[in-house]
Design a protein around this ligand. Structure first.
Ligand code: C2E
Ligand code: MG
Ligand code: MG
Length: 265
């Protein structure tokens, strides 16, 4: 009992989406992916690690943002192969920097999709990957979002407990934007809380910051390292220091860089 209109842009959208999907399928073979690294520093500017961010350079579409292609990778199931590539590549970089005596802060954070966490063999696969690369698990921080915990909390909790027991560090990404209850937060074996950029953007001198202050406090009281993401100004940095935030990353310190430039940095 409906009338539907078909508009030309709907076909264009469908074509674009199909091209994205096709491109993703061949991107791994064609080596169109690379990792960029964004330094993470303490409040004195000392390097403590870096976040690996996936980059895709498509032959005709150019640079495609992970915000665009990760959802497509998740819907098509390609996220498992792509995610495994990110883990392998990160391990290789860590090995290489160690062999060269490059101080990269000692650990690399990688973003893990909820779909990877839900995969029945994720724990054994990632454990095998680091072992094969000759890296200890504590050199990797796995960044998860709250959506990884929503569908089946007990299953996710079990997976996180296994990962933590093996020695991986765990971080909750984009903290403060989801719906996670504080009771859940306390149950999770998290090492690090990443304060979402939306809280950082709002930081200005001479005004109160009850929310940012609250989120940082929650992390500290639960014994987690707090890290602010998206720090863009000196003012934001000095307020974060006052609020007791320990670590930060953002354009104010450095943009995400290709591996070679990160090494130089
Ligand atoms: P995220 O993990 O929260 O990463 C932070 C994003 O903020 C990155 O965008 C980074 O480039 C950007 N950023 C860093 N500093 C600043 C700043 O000072 N100002 C502003 N405006 N932005 C800043 P990017 O690289 O486009 O990544 C977007 C999202 O894509 C990531 O959010 C993450 O959720 C996802 N992603 C990236 N790489 C991977 C990956 O390897 N696997 C999975 N599953 N997801 C990934
Ligand atoms: Mg992240
Ligand atoms: Mg984030």
């Amino acid at each position: 009992n409906a009338a539907r209109l078909f508009l030309p842009h709907m076909q264009r959208d469908a074509d674009a989406r199909l091209e994205l999907e096709r491109g993703l399928r061949s991107a791994l073979e064609r080596q169109d992916f690379s990792l960029h690294f964004q330094p993470q520093v303490d409040m004195d500017g000392k390097l403590v690690g870096a976040e690996a961010l996936l980059r895709w350079s498509h032959a005709t579409l150019g640079q495609v943002s992970p915000a665009t292609f990760i959802p497509v990778a998740e819907e098509t199931g390609l996220i498992h192969a792509i995610g495994a590539w990110v883990i392998d590549r990160s391990c290789q970089h860590i090995r290489e920097w160690r062999d060269l005596g490059v101080d990269f802060g000692g650990r690399i954070s990688i973003n893990i999709s909820p779909w990877q966490i839900a995969h029945p063999h994720f724990v054994s696969h990632i454990a095998a990957q680091v072992a094969e690369a000759g890296i200890e698990p504590s050199a990797l921080t796995l960044e998860l979002t709250e959506s990884a915990l929503l569908s089946d909390f007990d299953a996710a909790l079990n997976t996180l407990q296994q990962l933590s027991a093996i020695g991986f560090r765990l971080a909750l990404d984009d903290f403060g934007t989801g719906y996670s209850s504080l009771a859940y937060l306390q149950k999770l074996p998290l090492d690090e809380l990443k304060i979402d950029r939306s809280f950082i953007v709002a930081l200005q001198a001479n005004i109160a910051h009850p929310l940012a202050s609250f989120v940082i406090d929650v992390g500290r009281r639960l014994g987690m390292t707090t890290i602010a993401e998206g720090v863009e100004t000196a003012e934001q940095k000095s307020i974060l220091r006052q609020l007791g935030c320990e670590l930060m990353q953002g354009y104010f310190i450095c943009r995400p860089l290709p591996a070679v430039e990160f090494r130089r940095w």
